[in-house]
Design a protein around this ligand. Structure first.
Ligand code: PHE
Length: 331
């Protein structure tokens, strides 16, 4: 009788050694095919006595089944390896794509505006808003600029033809929000009002026809020019850091008296005008029903886009609206 234990060990070794389905098939033929030991032994059973035949037959069948199981298992293993290798080959490398997807962020003017609000909120101001389309009352008249006043011309106003009884315009500054606030609120008033403003300017390195200002208004008892200077100083230090220099130049606005223009030093030593400021004109307080004998105030209006130009050291303010992603991504 054949030693089936040894046969099984040989078959197991041969199956394990087969790396491919083809090699495994050849080995399987060697152990289970026409000339295999179990096949030949089965053919020889006839020569055995009936009792011995049954015992030998059972042993042969068991050996055969065991060998078949060995090869079937090895076949599954080889197939599983092949599938895994194929998956590995076909797997898409998505990491490259993920790396190039950038998260967006706020536009740098919006960032500047948010920071400005934060600085002033930290100083005790609240944030106010007004409409971008205004009547002559809010944009000019209540601000002490009568229709005959030459200062109206200097605002290069864009008018809106609504066929309305009143003159309607895109606001040429955020100062109308001063009026709207004083109409609605009793002093003491401490507000800043950021927002879009419009003039007929053509765009150049320091001008945009649609730009952003931040208006400030304080109305309280005993307010002086010193409070205005101190507030501007404090804000500049918080927004730019200590190294930036500022200067106030005497100027003229119909809605403030005295008035000043506010400049900030640039890296090349030149000055950039950021806006105007001054003590609220008594006529403006009166126009809003506030008694100038009891209350005093100061106001300022700065260009947010110019503040962003200064803070991020841009050469040309038009970069802010060119929408070049390569530029915007840097901030
Ligand atoms: N509204 C003025 C301008 O746009 C700036 C300003 C605001 C001046 C408040 C004085 C007080 O030019």
């Amino acid at each position: 009788m054949t030693d089936y234990d040894e046969l099984l060990r040989d078959a197991a070794a041969a199956a394990t050694a087969s790396a491919t389905l083809e090699a495994l098939g050849q080995e399987q033929a060697r152990f289970l095919g026409k000339n295999a030991a179990v096949t030949l032994a089965k053919r020889d059973l006839g020569s055995l006595a009936p009792d011995a035949r049954a015992v030998a037959g059972r042993a042969i069948n068991e050996a055969r089944e065991a060998i078949e199981a060995l090869f079937a298992e090895r076949r599954r293993a080889i197939e599983a390896e092949a599938r895994a290798a194929q998956l590995e080959n076909e797997r898409l490398d998505l990491t490259e794509t993920i790396e190039t997807v950038r998260r967006g962020h706020l536009h740098l003017v919006t960032q500047a505006r948010d920071r400005l609000e934060d600085v002033f909120v930290g100083m005790g101001f609240t944030v106010a808003e007004g409409p971008e389309v205004e009547t002559a009352w809010y944009n000019f008249e209540a601000l002490n600029i009568a229709d005959w006043h030459p200062a109206r011309g200097s605002f290069d106003t864009i008018f809106v033809d609504l066929g309305a009884p009143e003159e309607v315009m895109l606001r040429s500054h955020t100062s109308p929000v001063q009026i709207r606030t004083m109409e609605q609120q009793e002093p003491p008033i401490y507000i800043v009002a950021p927002g879009r403003t419009f003039r007929t300017d053509s765009a150049d390195a320091t001008h945009l026809p649609a730009f952003n200002q931040i208006e400030g208004l304080v109305v309280d008892r005993g307010i002086t020019m010193g409070d205005l200077a101190g507030t501007i100083d404090e804000f500049v230090r918080a927004f730019f850091g200590a190294e930036v220099q500022t200067r106030l130049r005497p100027s003229y606005f119909p809605f403030t008296e005295p008035s000043a223009e506010f400049d900030i030093s640039r890296a090349d030593g030149s000055w950039l005008e950021l806006g105007g400021c001054g003590m609220v004109h008594p006529n403006v307080l009166r126009n809003c029903g506030i008694d100038p004998e009891e209350w005093q105030g100061f106001a300022f209006g700065f260009g947010i886009d110019r503040l962003a130009v200064m803070r991020y050291e841009l050469d040309d303010i038009r970069e802010l609206v060119n929408n070049d992603a390569r530029f915007l991504r840097q901030f």
